[in-house]
Write a protein that binds this ligand. Structure first.
Ligand code: SF4
Length: 294
């Protein structure tokens, strides 16, 4: 791990000005979410795209609590002993999504290795509740690896989301440093199993760049994803949430993101979003525009 680039000024391409009219929309969304006692990644991670996503009637709900049973070095979520399940949460997510009139609903979660089913039933209940309240909306789930348990994954698949997203996050060489409780091959296998069990569901994965990965390693990982039948890809810039998190190694240029994006399309990904500010569910609804119900 080379020296930190912490004192390096954040490049202009990572600076986002949130227009006043979007701030207004943000407040409206925040009000609705707090009324339903819900967490969103948009707010938790201070995602730079949240204003734009809210305007596009897209939001990412975070279920299963705000404490994670793992401790990935890049993540801003609190590690520790997660709390009890909130059984009313699936219904509240669906009702909030309906009140927000969302066209595309993304549901993610902390990892709950402490639960016998990894939280998979809670995911399935949430997807079904959204389908019931918002039959015309498309649903994307960004799931943990359920410790590789196929029954848990099948439970989520059976609930019928449009997209199943599972991020590999980085290249295998960096796993011990960046996400020590994850297994690269296990994540690839999860993506492949979704396609084998339900070919109609779109598979998706994403990586953060700027953690010290080499260009060849990124290209190999993209090849691995395609070999395991991943349809959609997101690539974005890693930004360390604090000085206590894994140190940023590099600001990857927009040109480099463009090159990776072009290469990913050549590899056969049907949908690619590759740019510094891209996040997992950014512009996700675009890939589904033709699949929208009704
Ligand atoms: S498993 Fe997910 S939520 Fe938990 S620490 Fe890692 S990235 Fe964060």
């Amino acid at each position: 791990m080379s020296g930190k680039v912490e004192k390096k000024r954040k490049p202009d391409w990572l600076r986002v000005r949130i227009p006043a009219e979007i701030r207004g929309e943000e407040d409206r969304v925040a009000g609705i979410l707090s009324r339903y006692h819900l967490n969103t990644v948009c707010h938790e991670a201070l995602c730079p795209n949240r204003g734009e996503c809210f305007q596009r009637q897209t939001a990412t709900f975070m279920i299963l609590g705000a404490v994670c049973s793992r401790n990935c070095r890049f993540c801003n979520v609190n590690p520790g002993r997660p709390g009890p399940l909130d059984c009313g949460e699936p219904e509240r997510v669906a009702r909030a999504a309906a009140e927000l009139n969302l066209r595309h609903v993304v549901v993610t979660s902390v990892t709950r290795d402490d639960l016998p089913d990894g939280g998979s039933e809670h995911f399935a209940l949430t997807v079904r509740a959204i389908h019931a309240h918002l039959p015309r909306a498309t649903v994307e789930v960004l799931i943990p690896d359920f410790l590789g348990n196929p029954e848990d994954l099948d439970r989520v698949i059976a609930s019928g989301p449009d997209i199943i997203n599972h991020n590999i996050e980085t290249v295998p060489r960096l796993y011990p440093l960046v996400r020590p409780q994850a297994v690269y091959e296990r994540s690839l296998e999860l993506i492949r199993r979704v396609k084998e069990r339900a070919p109609g569901i779109l598979t998706k994965s994403g990586m953060m760049l700027g953690l010290g990965e080499e260009r060849e390693e990124v290209i190999r990982a993209l090849g691995d994803l395609r070999d395991n039948r991943c349809d959609m890809l997101t690539l974005g810039q890693y930004l360390a949430p604090s000085a206590d998190h894994y140190p940023l190694q590099e600001y990857v240029t927009p040109e480099a993101f463009g090159e990776y994006g072009a290469l990913a399309r050549e590899l056969g990904f049907s949908y690619v979003a590759s740019a510094p500010l891209v996040r997992s569910s950014y512009l996700a609804e675009e890939a589904l525009a033709d699949r929208s119900r009704g």
